[in-house]
Design a protein around this ligand. Structure first.
Ligand code: PLP
Length: 383
């Protein structure tokens, strides 16, 4: 029996190998490795796909967050409300601009920020909300945008895990009772003041190294991001701001351009596999699969909750049966060693509970039925 990894990138690469090699050779041919023509072409491709005016390539999702925050005017001492149930880069970016992460709790159904909890932590110093569309599921953006408007806060979406995810505003607000014609579908990254994407290789739109992108409809914010990513200058050797060396490599842009036209199909394959898991797991005792409906979810991860303290036991059982699994994330950000002493006593009951329960199972655009069946069998046998 072959080991089933949590994600297998090989079939994707094989499918696109010819086009990837062609794109790579073109860049080797012209040699413009920094800000070559492929960068602006890919930026336009992403802007069109996400449905925004501007997309600005940078060299990682982390830098996309940092630069978007700075361009949105967030700095020293400002409070940014976010989730602790995320990868550290989310909160790290807030600290890196001199601001202060303030943690709100999450919803146990969606794993995303709970809008009611956000209102509880707003102070005079609150300047922004940073929702994370965790595991590829859009956060409750209608409610979050309403809060942001009420308290005059910026919204920077952490879209690292949600490339292609669609937020269907009316479905969520009306519980499916409104006319479908009244639905407003927006891609994540097109809702707040800015969106920050990651092209880390394992992401839904994964590159071949580090890469990231900022999306926005604001001309002003886009211009600042363009300056900040290139040492604070638009015009060479005319530096206006303290910035970063954070351009998206031409090679990454060229290769990602090959992948982008396939993203909807890849995401649809993930959704199909996820729905199959959920259908089977819904009747099991110790397992809570992700809740449905899951409008626009792109299942960067398929994450279940394992009750009765049995999560680690299940992970071990899967491993014995040649199946990979991962805990995203074993320690919530507010308890990480880097913050030692800073958030002691902070009450985030749902975040703390889910940290003990979550387990992500193999998923991907090319998870074949046989492998999926093996995962399903093992989970059923265990439960
Ligand atoms: C939620 C979240 N935010 C931010 C990042 C940072 O992205 P990158 O690794 O491209 O810097 C990641 C990915 O690793 C992530 O999962």
């Amino acid at each position: 029996m072959l080991f089933i990894p949590i994600l297998n990138l090989e079939p994707e690469i094989e499918l696109l190998r010819e086009d990837l090699e062609r794109a790579y050779k073109e860049v080797l041919g012209h040699g413009r490795f920094i800000m070559g023509p492929e960068v602006s072409a890919f930026e336009q491709q992403v802007a069109d796909y996400i449905g925004v005016k501007h997309a600005i390539g940078v060299n990682s999702g982390t830098d996309a967050l940092v630069i978007a925050l700075r361009a949105a005017g967030i700095g020293e001492g400002d409070e940014v409300i976010t989730t602790s149930f995320t990868f550290f880069a989310t909160t790290e970016s807030i600290d890196m601009v001199g601001a202060v992460p303030v943690f709100a709790d999450i919803n146990p159904d969606s794993f995303n920020l709970d809008p009611a909890s956000i209102e509880h932590v707003i102070t005079d110093r609150s300047k922004a909300i940073m929702p994370v569309h965790l595991y590829g599921r859009p956060a409750a953006m209608a409610q979050i945008m309403k809060i942001a408007e009420k308290y005059n806060l910026k919204v920077v979406e952490d879209c690292a895990q949600s490339f292609g995810a669609v937020y269907e505003q009316h479905c969520i607000e009306c519980n499916g009772e409104c006319e479908p014609s009244a639905h407003k579908s927006l891609k994540t990254g097109a809702i707040g003041d800015a969106g920050a994407f990651s092209f880390f290789p394992s992401k839904n739109l994964g590159g071949f190294g580090d890469g990231g992108m900022i999306t926005t409809n604001s001309d002003e914010l886009a211009e600042l991001c363009r300056k900040l990513r290139a040492h604070g200058s638009i015009k060479k050797y005319r530096n206006e701001l303290m910035g970063y060396n954070s351009r998206l490599d031409t090679l990454q842009a060229a290769l990602l351009s090959v992948k982008l036209p396939h993203i909807d199909r890849f995401n649809e394959n993930r959704r199909k596999a996820a729905h199959r898991y959920t259908e089977v797991f819904s009747g099991l005792n110790t397992i809570i699969p992700p809740s449905l409906p899951d409008h626009g979810h792109v299942y960067h991860q398929y994450t279940i909750r394992v009750l009765d303290g049995k999560r680690d036991e299940l992970a071990d059982y899967l491993k014995e049966n040649q199946i990979g699994s991962m805990i995203y994330y074993p320690i919530p950000c507010h308890k990480l060693p880097v913050y030692e002493g800073r958030f002691d006593g902070l009450a985030l009951p749902v975040t703390n509970m889910l940290t003990e329960e979550v387990l992500s199972l193999p998923i991907g655009p090319f998870l074949d039925e046989k492998d999926q069946e093996q995962v399903i069998r093992a989970v059923i046998d265990f439960s």
